[in-house]
Design a protein. Structure first.
Lengths: 104, 104
DNA sequence: GAATCATATAAGTGTATGCTTATATATCCT
DNA sequence: AGGATATATAAGCATACACTTATATGATTC
């Protein structure tokens, strides 16, 4: 739940790839494993780390476990970054465009 | 320069603390060391990691080296995060307030 | 109830990380 | 030039990390 956990979780390329796939929609562990040349326990361990960092959430469905993004992690990332908004890119326009999208 | 380097750099509490101090204004390595119960080489190594991740920039001034935040790092963080704007906190108001501040 | 499937946990291993002390390099001062 | 100051680099060490194989747990299916 700490910032350190959050950044550490995202510091691994495999975990960022897993996270990115989950952004497209929830998925169980077996489906997530596809495309990674890695053992099942390895993925399971990565998922545990993402989960305890607050980046993903899980839901048991029978013998499957569905994983989805937990917005809390992104929110905390966002919060950390907002401290440094003085250094954010000058493309405020882009941010404005984004806001417009969110309003719709 | 990679995302992995970026997240790894920020995954260490000392480095985040250094970064945070630099957000208040540029500082040389000796000044930065104050408040950290750590050897000079340790801080120097942390600075090298932050630098190669693109998070800080350095400028030699005689025998001193001035460090300051490099906006590129924050920009790349921001860019990474923007991929997941669908999961951003709903407090759009806060973001709007921020934008207003930036406009002024 | 036994075999199978989905996932997690345990234990072990090589490599990376964050420190340390010792030393090098470069600048400033007298 | 010689000593002090500011910083970086080298080498070494203990701990953390990302894997592996083997095994456990629990849900399904036959």
């Amino acid at each position: 739940m700490s910032d350190t956990e959050l950044f550490k979780a995202l510091a691994d390329p495999t975990r960022r790839a897993v996270f990115e796939r989950l952004a497209d929609g929830e998925m169980n562990a077996t489906a997530l494993r596809q495309g990674f040349a890695m053992s099942q326990p390895a993925i399971s361990q990565h998922l545990a780390i993402l989960r305890s960092a607050g980046l993903i959430a899980e839901q048991k469905l029978g013998r499957n476990v569905m994983y989805r993004i937990n917005p809390d992690g992104i929110a905390r990332m966002h919060q950390w970054l907002s401290r440094y908004h003085a250094f954010w890119p000058k493309r405020v326009d882009e941010l404005k465009r984004l806001l417009k999208e969110m309003d719709q």
